[in-house]
Design a binder for this molecule. Sequence first.
Ligand code: FAD
Length: 515
Amino acid sequence: MEALSSSFGTQLKAKESEKKKVAIIGGGLSGLACAKYLVDAGHEPTVYEARDVLGGKVSAWQDEDGDWIETGLHIFFGAYPNMMNLFAELGIHDRLQWKIHQMIFAMQELPGEFTTFDFIPGIPAPFNFGLAILMNQKMLTLGEKIQTAPPLIPMLIEGQPFIDAQDELSVTDFMRKYGMPERINEEVFIAMAKALDFIDPDKLSMTVVLTAMNRFLNEDNGLQMAFLDGNQPDRLCAPMKDHIEAKGGKVVMNSPIKEIVTNDDGSVSHLLLRSGEKVEADEYVSAMPVDIMKRMTPKKWQNMPYFRQFDELEGIPVINLHMWFDRKLKAVDHLCFSRSPLLSVYADMSVTCKEYYDPEKSMLELVFAPCSPLAGGNVNWIGKTDEEIIDATMGELARLFPTEIAADETWPATMKQKEGKAKLIKYAVVKVPRSVYAAIPGRNKYRPSQRAPIPNFTMAGDWTSQKYLGSMEGAVFGGKLAAEVVSKKAKGMQLPMEKVIQQNIVDSAASYEAK
Ligand code: FAD
C-alpha cells in the first residue's frame, strides 16, 4: 500500500506533457482520495461535490446549538493500511484516538453487563485473536469454540480464492454447511454482520465476514479501533482539500453534476452541472454511490455489460442516531456492540471523541440496523418517524443501561423524566436510505473494476472492486486505484486488467433497451 502511495510521486509522476485535467464527480472520501493521489502524481484534478459539505457518508453538520450531527458513527481499524497511509501523508495521524485493543459486547441475557475479547500485547496475529476468544468465558463454551475454528482455517491457508468462493452463501448458509453451532450466530455473527454491513447474517454474504476476518487477523493490531478526534469534514476532509488545493487541484462544493454528456464514439465530451455550466477535462472519474451512478449512466453506455453490472448492486438503508442525556451515563471509552435486535454498534461520544467531550452529559451515537426487510427483520424502519425510531431505541437503551435509563411510554415526544433516571434532552436522527452497497450473497462478482471500457472515464467509490468492503478504507483505496488508472493512462503504461464480467450480464446487456 505504501508502495502504491509513493509511486504517485515516482513511477507514476507525470511529465509536463503528460499532465491531465481531471474532473471528479463526488467529494466523499473516494473522490477526495482520488484527487489527492492525482495531485501527488502532478495532475490537475477538480472535485465537484453536489452538497455544501464534503465527505458524503462521513459528512457532518452543526445544529442550532453548535452540536455536530454525523451521517454515521465511524470507526477506524488498524487493518486500514490505505487510510493509515493517508493520515501519515497528510501529517494528521495524531488525530486518531486509538482505544485499548479490545472488543466489547453487551450481554444479551444480562442487562447492563458487558463482556470483552481482550487482545494481549506482544502476541502476534492471528494467535492474539484466537487467545482473545479462548479467554472469554461468557460468550461461547469451549466446545462451541472448538467447532467454530475448522471451517475458518481454509480462509487463513487458501486466502482470497476461498473467500471469494463463499460469496454465494449467506453467513447462515455457511454456518449450516460447515456445521457451526447455531449459538455462534447469536453470540457473534449477528453483531458482526450488523456492524459490517447494517444487515442480518441470513442476508449477508459470507465473503464479507471472511474478508473482514482475513484483513483483521493478518495484522497484530488489525482489530484495534480508533475514533477521529472530531467531526470528519473538519478533521479529515479539510486536510485532504487543503492538500489537493496546495498542489494545484480544486475542490468545489454546491456543484451537482446533472449529466455525463458523451461524444458519438461514446467517450465523455463534458459534464453538465445542474447550474447549466459545462465542465471539460481530459479525464473524468465518477466517485458517486452506485444508486446515483446507475441513474447517471449515459444512454450510449447503457447496453454495455460493464455498466449493466451496476443493476446487481444497490445501497442498503441505515439510520444514525444521536441522543443527548442530562447526565453522564456509565459508558466506556470505546465502541460497544449492542447485540440488540434494533441496534448495531454505539459509543458515548462525550467520552470517546475529543471534540465532543463533555464532563457533565452523555451523547450516545448509535447505528440503528437493520432498517428494512432487505437488510433483515420485517419492519421498514427507514420509513418510520424520528419519534418512533427514538421510542424503540429507548427500549433498547433501558436494557443496556438498566439502572440509568427507563423505557417509558411517554418517551420521547414529551421527553418526561422518570424519577431518578436519566433524561433524554435532545436527539437527532439521520436516515441514509441508500448507504454502502448491500453485500447480499452473490454481489461481489458484480463490483466493477476502476478501469472502465470508456477511454476517458474511470470509476471510484467504496463499491468498486477492491479487497476491502464498502468502508472508509474501501473508499480511499478505490479512489487511489482510480488515480492509478488515470496516471498510468497518462504515461502510456500498461493498465490494470479489467475485471471479467459475468456471462449472464453479457447476455442481458445485448438485449437491453437503452432509455
Ligand atoms: P460517498 O461517501 O457516498 O460519497 C459520494 C459523494 O458523491 C457524496 O459526497 C455525494 O454528495 C456526491 N455526489 C453524488 N451525486 C453527485 C452528483 N451528481 N454530483 C456531484 N456530487 C455527487 N466505514 C468504515 O470504515 N467504518 C465505519 O465505522 C463506518 N460506519 C458507517 C456508519 C454509517 C451510518 C454509514 C452510512 C457508513 C459507515 N461506513 C463506515 C461506510 C463509509 O462511510 C463509506 O464506505 C464511505 O464513506 C463511502 O465513501 P465514498 O466516497 O465511496 O462514497
